[in-house]
Unconditional design. Structure first.
Length: 266
């Protein structure tokens, strides 16, 4: 087993956090956790086999093992590592993550997150779970997945998406976004379509409508305020955009899911 598929859209439910000490009682351990994931951070050398696949452990490496997998550790003396045992939900798209990988430049941050987890557990389990959740996302991004479209990771696309998310309520043009991303208009268009499957303009439109739906259904903001917050201050244009993308007028969208008068305006 070289990679695992993990759903990270929901926070993990922690079962145990600690420092595992191995080696003194014997140089080989073989076991499995039928219902729990295992996250380990190592500062020693050893050999790990997961469902028959061998991995070399070295200081600074991290492992993520799924429930039910048989693990076999062969130690070279006293060995201590940070560990977390937890459950994951099934929401969202699973991410392909290497079973063992080098933390590299993220080692200090990852170590700090797991140490914070250890300090918070078990007195403040919500804080501990938040630290593990952040650590899992960090682990998932240590190395590009072989199954991920590597074109999606182009820096220009990442810069463009971040800019769009930050400025959805402001006027946006493809030339301006391309200039901020450091590429030409045409090059950004090609990169963006390859990475997301849609045009830059189409992506902006869909993100604006997703945000508009949220504001209409989850807040008590006025319709003009919602329209302005997503960069379409013209109410006639906003009404047409909602009907085209969401299938109803702004008031119709709001009426379909009433909100409490106490809902916060964001």
């Amino acid at each position: 087993m070289h990679t695992v598929l993990a759903h990270l859209d929901e926070p993990p439910a922690l079962a145990a956090v600690g420092i595992g000490v191995h080696g003194p009682a014997g140089h080989v351990d073989v076991f499995s956790l039928p219902d729990l994931w295992q996250l380990h951070l190592y500062d020693y050398e050893a050999d790990l086999t997961v469902n028959g696949t061998e991995h070399a452990l070295r200081p600074g490496r991290v492992s993520l093992v799924p429930p039910g997998a048989e693990v076999r550790y062969r130690y070279r003396g006293r060995s201590a590592h940070l560990y977390v045992h937890f459950r994951l939900g099934s929401a969202g798209t699973p991410r392909s993550i290497p079973v063992v990988q080098q933390a590299g430049a993220d080692l200090a941050l990852l170590t700090a997150q797991l140490q914070q987890t250890l300090a918070a557990w078990p007195n403040t389990p919500a804080r501990a779970a938040a630290e593990v959740w952040a650590a899992l996302w960090r682990v998932s991004q240590l190395a590009p997945s072989r199954e991920r479209n590597t074109r999606a990771a182009h820096p220009a696309v990442s810069t463009a998406v971040a800019l769009i998310e930050a400025r959805l309520g402001q006027p946006l043009t493809v030339p301006d976004i391309a200039a901020a991303a450091g590429v030409s208009h045409n090059h950004l268009t090609r990169l963006f379509r390859a990475a997301t499957g849609e045009t830059v303009v189409g992506y902006i439109r869909s993100r604006r409508m997703e945000r508009a739906r949220h504001f209409l259904q989850a807040t008590t903001l006025s319709v003009p305020a919602v329209a302005a917050s997503v960069g379409i201050p013209d109410l006639q244009a906003f009404n047409k955009a909602c009907r085209r993308a969401l299938g109803a007028s702004p008031r119709g969208i709001r009426a379909a899911q009433p909100v409490s008068p106490r809902s916060p305006a964001q």
